[in-house]
Design a binder for this molecule. Structure first.
Ligand code: NAP
Length: 281
């Protein structure tokens, strides 16, 4: 067994971004972060996104709102951000509080700035197989990890566990686009263990700390663990039980230093693409 390290995959992509940026003649690309409230998960992701974007020489502006902002106030401000020519890409933390009509906000989000693939236009582009569109960064990060490992997805049996809108569903579409044979599982799947054991590649995005143990994984399979959880002792862990799964898998992404490390790098790459006005690229 070997670890498939996101930190290594991310370095390779960052090199490409640096080269592209050095050849880019426009002004410094700028990410607009839109956050309502102070959820710890959002703050943690914001911190790593800011660090990554700035370390690559791009800019960040933060637009933060109190949890009790009204629907009307938020939409008005959001329209300004959306139309601001100084903001090339938007990272908006979802879900928004219940008092804000998130569907409406996503319907007005400029798809060319929607670099985390939340808008209906980007969903349609990604789900129809492109060309173009921004996929959610984490879903794309999974594909980048598989590419980095040098795995040809054509004809591979891939089981995805979790049908969430930012990982499970879009990553299934991206995998199908790469000619994998995909089984998408969720909480109502009968015999999850057998569906997982049938896989050459297992992608897990459930949010269930260490639930997938070695009994779910066939000998030699590749395991991509997208889950980010905090266990009872306060330690970060994935959806797979690394100790047992690493004994049967041929490759496994650890948590931390796995998929999460690639996500912010994909975000940076999307930002540069958005600055170039390249939704269809
Ligand atoms: P989500 O939208 O809540 O989706 C979770 C999915 O898991 C649902 O489809 C659910 O099934 C399924 N599920 C839950 N328990 C299950 C079980 N016992 N058996 C089978 N399926 C089960 O969550 P998400 O946003 O996709 O996030 C998933 C995980 O990824 C979380 O740990 C999150 O923190 C992590 N994450 C990581 C990154 C990163 O950069 N690495 C980024 C974002 C999120 P139903 O649909 O039937 O309810």
């Amino acid at each position: 067994m070997a670890d498939l390290l996101g930190t290594e995959a991310a370095k390779a992509i960052q090199e490409k971004i640096r080269t592209e940026l050095s050849e880019y003649e426009g002004r410094t690309p700028c990410l607009g972060i839109v956050r309502v409230g102070e959820r710890p998960d959002d703050l943690a992701y914001e911190k790593s996104a800011v660090k990554r974007i700035e370390s690559l020489g791009m800019a960040v502006r933060k637009f933060t709102f109190a949890e009790d902002v009204t629907d009307a106030e938020f939409k008005e401000e959001f329209r300004h951000i959306n139309n601001d020519p100084g903001v090339d890409g938007i990272l908006m933390f979802s879900p928004l509080p219940k008092n804000i009509d998130e569907k409406k906000v996503l319907s007005i989000m400029n798809p060319e700035k929607d670099i985390d693939g939340l808008s209906l236009t980007n969903q349609a582009l990604v789900y129809s197989g492109g060309p173009g569109g921004f996929a959610p960064c984490t879903a794309e990060a999974v594909i980048r990890m598989i590419d980095f490992a040098g795995i040809d997805l054509t004809g591979k049996k891939v089981t995805v566990v979790g049908r969430g809108k930012v990982i499970g569903k879009p990553v299934s579409m991206l995998l199908i686009g790469r000619n994998a044979t995909v089984t998408l599982c969720h909480s109502k799947t009968k015999d999850l263990r057998e569906e997982c054991r049938a896989a050459d590649i297992l992608v897990v995005a459930m949010g269930r700390a260490r639930m997938i143990d070695a009994s779910y994984v066939s000998e030699g399979a590749v395991v991509i663990d997208v889950g980010i959880n905090v266990d009872e002792e306060g330690n970060l862990c994935g959806d797979t039980d690394y100790e047992s799964v690493s004994k049967v898998a041929s490759l496994i992404t650890p948590v931390p230093r796995g998929v999460g490390s690639v996500t912010t790098t994909v975000l940076a790459q999307h930002l540069l693409r958005a600055a170039k006005g390249n939704l269809c690229g």
